[in-house]
Design a protein around this ligand. Structure first.
Ligand code: DGL
Length: 269
């Protein structure tokens, strides 16, 4: 069990920003990463639909022997984490929640911006973190519509991505923004572009390192940390294998093996 993999999933390559941080934090661990690129983007979909994908992917990862599941997707965490914990009571889960708490603690101007998908903003999880942690702070929101698609096609440094970020961030800067929360796991790949627009005085919060530390704490508490230095990484996609083989090394600075799966009658084969 200790040398079983950690299962990680996202709608696409976004969760690789979390995988990267887990790899750094826990190099002994084997990681099995599922990119549901047949269905990316999740953001504009209904919470029910994302919940159903998340349940099936969790079943798949558990069938492959995963000892803990990281929902490396804010949208899937918002839509499904609560139900996943109920449906799989013996499985430890670590999910994402928009890092509004550290942002509210760190802001000097009292204005923070959250970039996340429409489904994440609709979920109860987001409303609850804002209510619990952001009193007295102005929280601005933007979905950066189309940015996930640009990142998925390897065009994060292209003109379209730049325009999307400019139109999200310029109005926020005009209102005194000094802290940006990346509430979608795809968006850390756009940090250089975000910093180019916002300048040095704005802090950008990527939650991935904190999530990786949480994974370590959970595994440690369950005595499930791998003592052997034999961790490996396997990527699985329900979408285009060739595209994943091209994009993942650019995002992770590592070449990992990629395997294809397909959805058939609501199941992953
Ligand atoms: N990376 C995901 C998130 O954290 C999903 C983006 C999408 O598929 O729309 O929300």
């Amino acid at each position: 069990m200790q040398n079983s993999p950690i299962g990680i999933f996202d709608s696409g390559v976004g969760g690789l920003s979390v995988l990267r941080a887990i790899r750094t934090q826990l190099p002994n661990e084997s990681l099995l990463y599922f990119a549901d690129q047949a269905h990316v983007p999740y953001g504009p979909r209904s919470l029910e639909e994302v919940r159903s994908f998340s349940e099936t992917i969790t079943e798949y990862l558990l069938a492959q022997g995963a000892k803990l599941i990281v929902v490396a997707c804010n949208t899937a965490s918002a839509a499904a984490l609560h139900d996943l914990r109920k449906s799989f009571p013996n499985t430890p889960f670590v999910g994402m929640e928009p890092a509004v708490k550290p942002a509210a603690e760190q802001t000097h101007s009292g204005v923070v911006g959250v970039l996340a998908t429409p489904a994440t903003f609709q979920g109860a999880l987001y409303a609850s973190v804002v209510e619990r942690f952001a009193s007295g702070v102005t929280v601005l929101q933007n979905t950066c519509s189309g940015l996930v698609k640009e990142i998925e096609r390897g065009a994060v440094d292209g003109e379209k991505a730049k325009q999307i970020l400019e139109s999200a961030l310029r109005p926020m800067l005009g209102r005194g923004l000094d802290t940006v929360v990346l509430g979608c796991t795809h968006y850390p790949f756009a940090i250089p572009q975000i910093e180019a627009i916002c300048g040095d005085s704005v802090r950008v919060i990527d939650p991935a390192p904190a999530v990786a530390r949480q994974v370590e704490r959970r595994l440690d508490a369950l005595s499930l940390l791998n003592p052997e230095p034999n961790g490996n990484v396997q990527l699985v996609t329900s979408g285009n294998i060739t595209q994943m083989k091209k994009l993942a090394p650019q995002l992770c600075a590592h070449e990992y093996p990629v395997r294809g799966v397909r959805w058939e009658n609501g199941k992953v084969k």
